[in-house]
Design a protein around this ligand. Sequence first.
Ligand code: FAD
Ligand code: NAD
Length: 463
Amino acid sequence: MSTEAQHDLVVIGAGPGGYVAAIRAAQLGLNVGIVEKEPALGGTCLRVGCIPSKALLEASERYEEARKGLKRFGVKVSGVELDLPAMMKHKDRTVKALTSGVAGLMKKNKITRYSGHGKIDGAGTVVVEGDEPARIKTDKILIATGSAVSTLPGIEMDWDRIGGSTEAIAYPEVPEHLVVIGAGVIGLELGSVWARLGSKVTVLEYMDRILPGMDGETAALAQKIFKKQGLDFHLGVKVTGARVEGEQCVVEAEGRDPITCDRVLVAIGRRPYTDNLGLETVGIETSRRGQIPVDGSYKTSVDGIYAIGDVIDGPMLAHKAEEEGMACVEGFATGYGHVNYNAIPGVVYTHPEIASVGKTEEELMEAGVDYKVGKFPFMANGRAKALAQTDGQVKILAHAGTDRVLGAHIIGPRAGDLIAEAAVAIEYGASSEDIARASHAHPTLAEVIKEAALGVEGRSLNI
Ligand code: FAD
Ligand code: NAD
């Protein structure tokens, strides 16, 4: 081993969970090391997840707008052409800027970066395998190793024509026919990208609805809108196999004719990633679903070893991983760190966007909570009309007795930005009346939130 070092904290994995935890720990005065196996920092999110997918969603939306959406504004455009390599360059530039930004943040915060595969070698020791091997002694270890794509038996992944999201953010040409397995977040976001760029997109989903887990009414509205955009949904479909045959792929599902297509995107979820992490050297056992069990302060079954982010239970979201990273290391320094899981928003960056926070109606019904509903459509909002983006609505759920906001579900323009207001309301224990009485600038999309809050007591004004 060429390096022998000592730290207060070693973080394994430099995704949004790990790198944010490292920065916060350094701010709190700890001597921190971070181990990352990929050359670029930032994890799934920055390298192959949130950021590149959003760069492509934005770019493909501009393309579609230029082709179809500007005439109504009195803007005539002709000769619109797709330059896919240039679009991919935009994505790559965006990723590069952000991943090198994280490297800069590590330097600024005097966090020691180790390049290579990190492996626990008994409590208090991490070894780094690769071109720059190291053996590190540390008081605490934070596992932030994230997740990897889930696959299905029978699906013969060649990680090219039949691949996951990493392949689907980098197809070298627009597939004529793309089959997406799974109508979850990745299936809808990346399915939308390729549909906008010209692919025929067939979505095969096991459940009888899209976006399982999201508010049912909102998901049903979304399905109608995406159908109009050309996504071809087949629900209640059990895929049994997929394989490459020559230049084509064949997808098989129970009780259906095989589908021939150019590419297959497998988007049926992700699994916690703990491969070759050395958990057995300390006796940490993963759950049936592969997650590392932790207590309320993110401690594993072993003293001094903690875990956060996609590798533990909960929604696989970048901001959830970040919050856990901060709460975990603040716990080291102050004895207290907390994440309010009820106030973590989820956003699907389709067009229109879908965003939610807090409880769904289904969850409230199941828990027997008495609740009131306020809804308001974007159709009746001046700004949405000016934008010519009137599909969708805001729905606010409030406790029938206390009026406390319990959930908010938005489908509509910039829903992902609008949901922040509802998340803050839930975090502060606000009532629907608190939102309704707050002044919202006119004309903004945010007025739809105010109107939906007014609607909880049947007092919406502009409808
Ligand atoms: P990760 O980001 O997965 O980071 C883990 C890091 O650990 C990786 O860099 C990995 O290389 C490294 N690592 C693993 N094992 C080792 C080891 N033994 N040694 C050294 N390094 C190791 N979430 C959102 O909130 N918004 C979005 O818009 C969004 N879009 C997404 C789009 C796609 C296509 C995908 C796939 C995911 C998306 N997500 C999104 C989910 C988000 O990327 C994850 O929830 C988030 O990255 C989890 O952060 P993390 O720090 O737990 O793990
Ligand atoms: P997901 O859990 O969102 O959706 C998977 C879908 O596949 C579900 O609808 C599920 O019912 C379906 N499915 C499962 N097995 C199937 C089968 N055998 N045949 C057909 N359908 C099947 O998972 P994902 O879309 O792969 O995304 C993975 C994770 O990444 C998610 O947890 C998500 O939180 C995260 N992510 C977040 C964002 C975002 O926040 N905007 C974007 C992309 C990914």
